[in-house]
Design a protein around this ligand. Structure first.
Ligand code: TIU
Length: 220
């Protein structure tokens, strides 16, 4: 059993029943001209977590954890994108519109690809999700149950939107969750801080958080 120094208290897991989930490290959110930028955000802070995500991926691969990558992604005909969601963003730069990296948030387009530096390896799972949360309309829960996964380590962007939504969905489905603090980022520093605080409030109401160094020390 691996024991990690975490907040608000310790997090223990067996590597064989644990997956690392890297949420939406795709160009659409991290590079200029994608959906994140279309929403009016400065995307540059998100790029800064790439080295931490790489360290986390290396650790998970070393320990033979199941590695899962998600992408927020819609079908080319947008049949999986509710009109209310499609209406978000600046006109002409909404989901499905032609952006500098192809159609925004559409499966298969250049902007929808995961950054090369944190790209999936053969055998790792890639989940295309039409929602903010990773369980909505993906069949992921059934696959994780079949694989015997009970614990999830989280990284990726953005902390308060897709990462937190996915953690809350996971918590409701009975998974024990840990968010790695340096491996997640928001367009709004205060939202990241608040999200970490609200996850661990009330005795860890949604899960736990830990420094990457604590995880590295535990797995050494
Ligand atoms: N806008 C924002 O912060 N995030 C998203 O729209 N998607 C994800 O978090 N991946």
């Amino acid at each position: 059993m691996i024991q990690v120094d975490a907040r608000p208290d310790g997090f223990s897991f067996e590597p064989s029943s644990t997956a690392l989930v890297v949420i939406d490290m795709q160009r659409d959110f991290i590079e200029p001209g994608g959906f994140g930028a279309a929403l009016g955000n400065d995307v540059t802070p998100l790029k800064a977590i790439v080295p931490a995500v790489r360290r986390l991926l290396a650790l998970a691969r070393q320990q033979s954890l199941l590695v899962i990558h998600t992408r927020e992604s819609h079908l080319p005909d947008l049949s999986d994108c509710p009109p209310a969601k499609q209406a978000h963003g600046l006109p002409g730069m909404r989901i499905g519109d032609q952006g500098p990296m192809g159609r925004i948030l559409v499966h298969g387009e250049p902007g929808n690809q995961i950054l090369e530096e944190v790209a999936p390896l053969a055998g790792e799972w890639v989940i295309d999700k039409p929602g903010k949360g990773m369980f909505y309309a993906t069949g992921l829960h059934e696959r994780l149950v079949a694989r015997g996964i009970s614990h999830l380590l989280f990284a990726g962007v953005t902390t308060e939107v897709c990462v937190q939504t996915s953690m809350r969905e996971a918590n409701d489905r009975g998974y024990r969750c840990l968010l790695v603090e340096e491996a997640t980022e928001s367009y709004f520093p205060e939202f990241k801080r608040s999200t970490l605080d609200m996850i661990i409030a009330q005795g860890g109401i949604v899960g736990r958080t830990a420094r990457l160094s604590a995880l590295e020390a535990a797995l050494h």
